[in-house]
Design a protein around this ligand. Sequence first.
Ligand SMILES: Cc1cc2nc3c(=O)[nH]c(=O)nc-3n(C[C@H](O)[C@H](O)[C@H](O)COP(=O)(O)OP(=O)(O)OC[C@H]3O[C@@H](n4cnc5c(N)ncnc54)[C@H](O)[C@@H]3O)c2cc1C
Length: 374
Amino acid sequence: MSAGERADVIVIGAGIIGCAVADELGRRGAAVRVLESRAVGGGATQASAGILAPYAEADRPGPLRTLCAESLGLWDDFVARAVADSGRDVLYERTGTLEVVTDEASMRRLERTGRALTAAGVECRLLTAREARAAEPSLGAAVAGALLVPSHGFVGVATLMEALREGGAARHGVSFLTDRPARHVQASSDGEMVVETAAGTLTGDAVVLAAGSWSGGAAGTAGALPVRPVRGQLLQLAWSGRPPARVVWAPSCYVVPWPGGSMLVGATVEEAGFDERATVAGVATLIKAVSGVLPEARNAGFEAVRVGLRPGTPDDLPVVGRSATAPGLVYATGHYRNGVLLAPLTARLVADLVLDGREDPLLAAVSPARFEAA
Ligand SMILES: Cc1cc2nc3c(=O)[nH]c(=O)nc-3n(C[C@H](O)[C@H](O)[C@H](O)COP(=O)(O)OP(=O)(O)OC[C@H]3O[C@@H](n4cnc5c(N)ncnc54)[C@H](O)[C@@H]3O)c2cc1C
C-alpha cells in the first residue's frame, strides 16, 4: 500500500462483520479496502459454530430478538449471493434446532416459550421425552422434553468466509490488506478519514470499525467504547454413531452436526481477558456437558479445539452506527454471541447508512451514543 492511497470506505477488521460489510459496500459500487491485523477471519469468527437461531439465543422478546429474527430472514439470499459471486460451495443448512431440557422446571419454561413463539407466529413444536428421542435417537435418558424450531439452521463459517473473501475481491473490487493493523484513525480538517498503518496512510470518506473484541481501543479511535473479550472454546469431534439430524441445543452446550461426520460442541463463556489459549478446564467442561445429553459423544474422536474472543458489550447488544464525535467513523462491533447470525443485517444497515445516509429505525437500539454519551 502506498502512502496516501484513497478508498471510498476503509473497513478495519476482516471477521465475519467486516467481510459482510465490505461485500455489501462493494456490491453497491463503493471502492473498499479492508485492513486486517491477522488473516481474514482469524479473530472470533474462526471459532464460531455458525448457528443461526434467534429463538434459542434471544429467549425473550426485545431488541436482540428483533435484530436476530430480521437477520435470519436475509440468510438465504446472503448465501446465494456469496456462492454466485465466488463459485464456491457454502455449507448452509436450515434443518432447525432441537432445544432439549433435562428437568421438569425447565420443561415448564420451554412450554411457555413454545406458547409465546406460536402466538408470535413462529413455527415450533413441543416434544415429550419420548418424541424427542424418536426425533433424535442419539439423545440420552436425561432428556425430559424438547422444543423444535424448524426455521433455525447453521452455516459452515470457514466456507462462507472463503466465499465472501473471493467473491468480494473478484466481483466487487474489495481489496483485503492482511497482516496490516490499523494503528490510528482520525478525521482531517476537511472531513476526510485518515487511517495510519505501518505501511503508510489511507484516506477515505468513511471508516467502518469492525475490529471485534479489539474495537474498544483499536486504532486509537475509540478508547471509551466498552467492548470486552469473552472467551469461547469449541470442540470439533469425529462422530462415530448416527449423528443428530439438526442442531441440538442443551442446557450447558450445543451440538452442530456437519455432513461427513464432524460435530461441533460449544461453547464455554469465560471472562479471561485477551487470553486466547484453549484450556484443559474448558475442554473438560464441554466433554462433560455433551456426554450428559448425547452419551455416544464418549466414543467420538477428537479433531480440534478452537478458541475465540466474542466482542461483548455491557447490555449484550451490538454497537452499530455513526460515532457522535467523528461522523465519518461508523461502528459495526460488539456482536457478542450472534455475530454470524447478525452479519447480513449489519451489512445492510451499515451500507444504507454510509452510502445513502439512511438511518434504519433498527439502529436506535444499537446506537454508539448509548456508550459515547456516558
Ligand atoms: C466459540 C464460539 C462460538 C460461537 N458461535 C456462534 C454461533 O453459533 N452463531 C453466531 O452468530 N455467533 C457465534 N459466535 C460469535 C461470533 O463468532 C462473533 O460474534 C463474531 O465472529 C464477531 O465477528 P467480528 O467480525 O465482529 O469479530 P472478529 O471475528 O473477532 O473479527 C475482528 C477482526 O478485527 C481484526 N482487528 C482487530 N484490531 C485490528 C486493527 N487495529 N487493525 C486491523 N484489524 C484488526 C482482528 O484480527 C479480527 O480478525 C461464537 C463465538 C465463539 C468464540
